[in-house]
Write a protein that binds this ligand. Sequence first.
Ligand code: MGD
Ligand code: MGD
Ligand code: MO
Length: 714
Amino acid sequence: MSDQPAAIRKVKGACPQDCPDCCAMIYHVEDEKLIEVTGNPENPLTNGRLCVKLKDFAGHHAHQDRLMYPMKRTGPKGSGKFERISWDQALEEIKTQWQDIIDEHGPQAIYPHCYAGQIGTLNGMTSGDRFFNALGSTVAEKTYCGSAASVGWVLTNGAVGGMDPESFAHSKFIIIWGQNTLSTQSHSWPAINAARVNGAKVIVIDPVRTRTAKQADMHIAIKPGTDSALAMGMIHVITQERLYDANYVGKHTVGFVELKERAADYTPERVAEICGISADEVQMLARAYAEAKESAIRMGVSIERTPGGGQAVRAISCLPSLIGAWKYPGGGATQMTHYQFPMNWDNLSRGDWIKPGTRVINQFNLGLALTGDMPLDPPIKSLFVYNSNPLAMCPSQSKTRKGMAREDLFTVVSELFMTDTAKYADIVLPATMQAEQLDVMWSWGHFYIQLNQPAIDPPGETVSNTELFRRLSKVMGLTRPQLYLSDDELVSSYVDWNADSMKGITLDYLKEHGFARLNLGGLPHERTPHAEGDFGTPSGKCEFVASAAAGGSTVGTFGRQGYTFFQDGSAIDPLPSFTAPEETADANPKLAQKYSLSLLSGKAHSFLNTQYANEVKHLKREGGEQSVLINTADAAARGIEKGAAVQVFNKNARVKAVADVSDDVREGVVFMTLGFWANKKNAATGPNALCNDKNSDMGMGGTMNDTLVEVALA
Ligand SMILES: Nc1nc2c(c(=O)[nH]1)N[C@H]1C(S)=C(S)[C@@H](COP(=O)(O)OP(=O)(O)OC[C@H]3O[C@@H](n4cnc5c(=O)[nH]c(N)nc54)[C@H](O)[C@@H]3O)O[C@H]1N2
Ligand SMILES: Nc1nc2c(c(=O)[nH]1)N[C@H]1C(S)=C(S)[C@@H](COP(=O)(O)OP(=O)(O)OC[C@H]3O[C@@H](n4cnc5c(=O)[nH]c(N)nc54)[C@H](O)[C@@H]3O)O[C@H]1N2
Ligand SMILES: [Mo]
């Protein structure tokens, strides 16, 4: 007998999470057990390091609370009481219920709900689209994240990926606009740091002094939802003081005269008033930004979560072309990079299978749709949730909860864990985690395509989303052959292996290395995608006046269901401007008298949306329970001290929280971290109990950050 330790097998993978970094990972397997997951040191961005959330990803796979078997509800909805059943029983129950619903109401009474719990090509946001489109269910628009911002960006620059995160190392001036980079895209920080070592200045624009803002050379604590005014103010200063690059503007942009005219109203004084900052800050920012030339802007997603969010991204997206920043490595802007990935999005979502006239319901309207507050014929009789935890993450939670509690709603949830949402299911189906499944990963924060290879067998009776929908297709008697493609066949079908950007990248290469940089020309850190124009707009130029909006054509990014939607562009102002938030003292003084604090919700350092918040160590890092960050003066005015038990409340709900009192948030604003699960103390989970469910100006984005609340001692 050998006393040699068993060999450790290493398998290349990639992080499944909805995060711009999409890290290259290595699974370490011993005796067919996942013993450790590390960052792949060969990947220049991941550089061998995983973030705090993924530090014990092996332990997360082996978590004692993982769902292992299909289950059927035995207690009242929401009670979390279930009994184990077999897959055959679960599928038979779904088939019987759905067949009855289809016979009585038609397939549109079935409503799928999905987001990016896993973000891969095979198992991610589109994994169920082909099945539901073939079934003829209601179409669910998936616009939780980035869709208003994406439309703003695409209208201006086209569906192009923008700056490479590695090229920030060459920047001289970096604006981090509404992003908490150190928590939400931490692998781009080394390049930012490299730039700083070379003398670059970093400016953070955020109502909260986040851990990222604390690192900055300057923090501009703007009022929420006023970013478009600030960007228009910068355009005003740059055009009035002739700080723009006339040559670049002349060659590569459309609508300069109109933009200049539109910006004329946005004087530094007026902008200062709107944004709650000083006129000097507006001027200083515009001048320093224009003068540095190698100026970079990194936009976060939160900018979009107010009524004028899409136009804010439009205004910001005009800035790099105005000053000609795109000419230089380290100059330009980045919103999201995924546009560059050569996926066959039509094969992924098969939007062409949707019968004309099929109804579309936006996912932010989940509560309205389930409660019937939105008149629907047929009503929603069945909800199918996968890759999402809408009870916690969708605004207007009380409506969602009321809807999910309906006895006549047949709910199926495919999950890793018994989440707040899963507790309301009639049938729960167990899903695999990333080390147990095959996937091709794209990214919205860099340009590496990756192959995630299964390292261990699925535990218990868990199945991947691809297998789940093959099983459902079979019981529902669907006949389209594409619904039965194996995972390997899906890999072939979903990636456009012949695309220019895939030159030299084969499946075998990915199997060996795990990742490959898309062929976009030039070295990553030297990338200057728009030095010679080459924008993805109809004119090929950066469109200050958006032709898609002006011409009334439809706009949208992926396939109809893939990620956003198609929108009639004529509803959009072709020039950027400021739309004021609706819940402010100016816009709604009556409401503001009762509830005078603007609520922001943002990502936790140690959670990924609600994921990992069921891990004790991560929960501890976030203080153990829901907190609310409130400014010292606002707290004093309410007799609240640090650590006090408080209630955060408004017309929608009351949420218990612990007060965190400091000047890290501007007066008049409170901040609640997202992700905490419901517990004995809080039946309502987190900020979404309080947030509004209106849509924003474009892309059917959300407006969660346009919510007034009040805080009082509990
Ligand atoms: N650790 C961690 N990382 C994550 C996630 C996570 O949950 N945890 N989630 C992932 C996902 S899904 C996403 S979309 C990204 C999002 O990551 P980010 O783009 O960083 O978005 P948020 O954390 O929502 O907000 C960032 C900052 O914007 C500020 N903010 C809010 N409203 C405004 C405003 O009106 N104007 C300005 N200028 N700033 C504002 C907030 O105070 C917050 O500090 O992170 C991804 N990465
Ligand atoms: N108030 C407020 N609301 C927000 C936001 C905000 O800033 N403020 N942010 C918005 C944003 S940016 C986003 S992206 C959304 C996020 O909304 P969601 O995507 O719903 O958020 P998660 O909490 O990540 O939930 C994903 C679920 O999918 C499950 N899951 C993971 N992998 C798999 C798998 O392979 N198969 C199956 N079947 N399930 C899996 C996880 O266990 C988890 O419960 O929330 C939005 N909601
Ligand atoms: Mo997101």
